[in-house]
Design a protein around this ligand. Sequence first.
Ligand code: SF4
Length: 64
Amino acid sequence: MAKYKINYEEEKCIGCGTCAALCPDNWEMQGDKAKPKKTVLGEAGCNKEAEESCPVNCIHVTEQ
Ligand code: SF4
């Protein structure tokens, strides 16, 4: 089964909230930064939308 890994460059996050709005299953805001709930997933799902919509391109979803 495919696995997806999320690499997140937290230092680049500007806290816009887009990822948490598009993908609340796996992204939440903690203060002025986003946090992924899980970084290894069986399905990329909405994390792909978060990756594509992040304005500073700090979310990277890769298939393992
Ligand atoms: S979309 Fe990107 S910049 Fe915006 S809160 Fe999420 S990780 Fe941070």
